[in-house]
Design a protein around this ligand. Structure first.
Ligand code: 8BR
Ligand code: GLC
Length: 510
């Protein structure tokens, strides 16, 4: 694959999507927003933490692999596991004690908007969309301050029994506290050599300690739900935060109640307009029952699109009964591109989706059900736009507007990503999924799906890794919706281009 060609395609895609974003009436984004307390770990921070515990106790706890943080040793065990492999993880804690312990023994560098829905809302508002309607069931006064101060960003509120849209700072719940998560960021090459541990961190990544206070409920107030049909006009929704659902609650309700209500919300959103599309952004979900339920009962058959990273692909496959494939993905990470691709196809079919977008360090794979509404070139433009968006998020830790993104067009496309894709070419061409020329464009044509594969821009020293995945998924999905809308209003003739999708040999040039 030619690096300069991909740089040029990134540039063209950026302007193409930028030009078409105004076609969108708006997006709905729910549910999770929190405050992220971010700490970039140094070698001495890690040693300081390790020295607080006995080596043996730590080793025993890492072997247990805690799926919940009950005490500080659980935290340290998961931190060591995450850092050793450079693998992102998010682990819940149901006690405020860990928060106090981390504050006393570590501290944080800065606080910023966290939670997939919170991050995505601010991002879309700053891209200048006409309207972004965020919905956060636990919107506190403090949390509301973390939303971009922008007129296009609104939150529903019931006033005089009517649904009105106001900025979050005028729509918060006065009776609720804030949810604060701890984000422990670490850098590639960080040496750990103390208290019986000796390794070098293989890549930039982070561990998230996610607070789950008792009052946290993934739901929608009844009055609001009943008037949801008056929230439009909107073109699509990005939903996340389902990982917050618990198996059982103190009041006797169970996950089944929350799943049922979540599906009802999705159905109501879909009824807003026949072209309405919904994307779910997955994250790390420790509880296997909840993970499977989210995939099988909320995602499958109800939403159109799913976004996830490598570890999340493996975890999803694992609970859906594909242990071997899951193992192949997790063992090889981004090097297991064939397993990733096969895994994405499994998810596409088993969950009856239109689109599965897997983002990896250096490349993205998006598999599409036959009959999807755009050409592969258009899907590719949406992915390339999101790659430039990710570069901005990595470079600056936030995206303040389209000018920022334009500036990060200068971030180079990953050579390693291109190399990984070159290895994948043999597989695709060998199996007649595409010709070598089609692969150069990033287009793959399976018998029961299509796929677009792009190398992505990678920042060598990212400001932080948290939130990049959200930017990628939201950017690509929104870019895709903008092109669908543009085609619908007839600005560009989609009919001729559509042939490219069904006839592999007619793949058009870049
Ligand atoms: P999650 O937040 O869902 O784990 O997604 C993280 C994504 O961020 C990765 O899949 C990768 O594509 C992207 N990313 C990371 Br991590 N570091 C990056 C960097 N330095 N530059 C660009 N993208 C990065
Ligand atoms: C999850 C975490 C949140 C973080 C976000 C980033 O939602 O709970 O703390 O900001 O992921 O993707």
């Amino acid at each position: 694959m030619d690096l300069e060609e991909w740089e040029q395609r990134h540039r063209e895609a950026f302007y193409e999507i930028k030009e078409n974003l105004p076609y969108l009436d708006g997006m709905f984004v729910a549910y999770n927003s929190n405050i992220d307390a971010i700490k970039h770990l140094t070698a001495s921070d890690v040693c300081h933490l390790l020295e607080l515990f006995e080596d043996n106790a730590l080793q025993e706890r890492t072997a247990v692999y805690p799926r919940e943080i009950g005490e500080p040793l659980d935290f340290l065990a998961r931190l060591v596991l995450s850092m050793r492999e450079g693998k992102a993880a998010e682990v819940p804690t149901y006690t405020a004690d860990i928060h106090a312990w981390l504050k006393e023994n570590l501290g944080f560098d800065y606080a910023r908007m966290g939670g997939q829905a919170g991050i995505i809302t601010n991002l879309l508002a700053r891209l200048g969309l006409n309207k972004v309607v965020a919905y956060v069931p636990w919107l506190s006064e403090e949390q509301a301050e973390y939303f971009a101060k922008s007129k296009n960003l609104l939150h529903p509120k019931i006033e005089g029994r009517k649904l009105v849209l106001k900025h979050p700072t005028e729509a918060f719940r006065p009776d609720i506290e804030s949810k604060v998560n701890w984000i422990l960021e670490y850098s590639k090459g960080l040496p750990v050599d103390c208290a019986g541990e000796k390794f070098t961190v293989p890549r930039d990544n982070r561990l998230i300690i996610s607070s789950r206070p008792k009052w946290l409920r993934l739901d929608m107030a009844r009055e609001l739900y009943e008037q949801l049909d008056s929230i439009g006009p909107l073109d699509g929704a990005i939903l996340s935060g389902y990982q917050m659902i618990k198996e059982e609650y103190e009041d006797g309700s169970t996950y089944k109640d929350y799943v049922k209500n979540s599906v009802k919300v999705i159905e109501k959103l879909r009824a807003l307009n026949p072209e309405f599309r919904i994307h779910v952004e997955l994250t790390s979900i420790q509880n296997r029952l909840i993970r499977r339920t989210i995939l099988e009962d909320i995602v499958a058959g109800h939403v159109h699109s799913l976004g996830l990273d490598t570890v999340e692909v493996a975890n999803a496959l694992n609970v859906l009964g594909y242990e071997e494939l899951s193992y192949a993905v997790i063992q090889k990470g981004e090097n297991g591109i064939i397993a990733l691709y096969q895994g994405a196809i499994r998810l596409l079919h088993d969950l009856s989706l239109e689109r599965v977008h897997v983002h990896c360090l250096g490349f993205y794979i998006c598999v599409l059900a036959k009959g999807h509404p755009l050409t592969l070139k258009e899907h590719r433009d949406a992915l390339l736009f999101s790659s430039t968006l990710a570069a901005t998020q990595a470079l600056q830790g936030k995206v303040l507007g389209l000018e920022d993104i334009e500036a990060s067009l200068k971030v180079p496309v990953s050579e390693k990503g291109l190399e990984d894709l070159d290895n994948f070419r043999l597989y695709c061409v060998g199996r007649k999924l595409c010709t070598p020329e089609e692969f150069e464009y990033g287009y793959v044509y399976g018998s029961d799906h299509d796929a677009v594969i792009i190398p992505s821009k990678v920042v060598s020293q990212p400001k932080a890794t948290v939130g990049i995945g959200d930017a990628i998924s939201a950017g690509a999905f929104t870019g895709m919706l903008a092109l669908i809308k543009r085609n619908m209003v007839g600005k560009a003739g989609a009919s001729g281009r559509k042939e490219e999708v069904s006839t592999p040999s007619s793949a058009s040039g870049p």
